[in-house]
Design a protein around this ligand. Sequence first.
Ligand code: ADP
Ligand code: F6P
Length: 323
Amino acid sequence: MKRIGILTSGGDAPGMNAAIRAAVRTATRLGIETVGYLDGYSGLVRGAFVELDDRSVGNIIQRGGTIIGTSRCPEFLDPEVRRRAANQMQADGVEGLVVIGGDGSFRGALALQDECGVAVAGLPGTIDNDVWGTDESIGFDTAVNTALLAIDQLRDTGESTGMMFFVEVMGRTSGAIALHTAVAGGAAGVVVPEAHEEIDHVIARVRETMAKGKRSHIIVVAEGDEAGGAFGVAPVVGKALDRPYRVVVLGHTQRGGRPTMRDRLVASEGGAMAVEALAAGRSGIMVGRQGGHSVEVDLREVVTKGHPPVNAALLRLSQALSG
Ligand code: ADP
Ligand code: F6P
């Protein structure tokens, strides 16, 4: 293999740059050139790329976002468009592709492999941590830490004023950020898209703890909860308890910022392993994390299994520890 491409796709996630750096430098070490396609599959379709080398990926390990841009590219759902992209890659001499993104991006990668014979390797990069086959995706740890910082700050004003706060975190279909933030932030309650009785539980628990003298309450809500995110949940709880509240939506703040050590480490190991796999002639794999180690997982299994189930034990723990 003489030349490979890298792209980042879907929502950006802190640590994607660390993955790009590791992939490029591993490729250099193996005598392989690297190009970065711009803005995800959109760049692949347009043939828009930049040459990457050891120097062009210097000083990016600490930066959030992705230096090659990302996008959602609906055109890529069309097999004709994928065929054009593969032809373009061939014309550019690009023989393999590292795709950093979520399960949607991996569906695109697998289609490219199956239909056009392009060698592909995936790296889970999404703050949502909703990719099957990996304990954590690049960006998740940073996003949770960003949300935690906000919660720690809200505690100060909550304790001072006795206000109840509903903090909305990202996760359209996944409660992973909400759940981890709630447990690590010591929240009074959590509401996630995958469960259905938490609002009643939150009301009962807040009522109980108010009676015991608890002054402030922080309830973490995933944006995708069926009640309509924090703006949907807050009035229901506020009315049931006859208590004033404020809603804080963290939104895209969770997508940016300096990646944590953990995200940089996972991204560095994964970026290196993805390129090593392509160089060794393997395709259709994702480098995930299992039990603290980076491992190759079958990409088809990843997209077939879909989103992992919510961590029910963590949900129970967060409920048990609210007091
Ligand atoms: P994520 O990768 O984070 O799950 P999306 O689901 O938005 O994010 O997918 C990112 C991009 O991957 C889409 O905009 C599209 O270009 C591509 N993609 C998603 N699903 C498919 C699919 N079934 N077939 C081909 N390409 C897809
Ligand atoms: O997939 C990552 C994510 O940040 C989700 O948590 C969120 O629902 C979505 O992207 C927001 O995407 P966009 O910026 O395209 O609205």
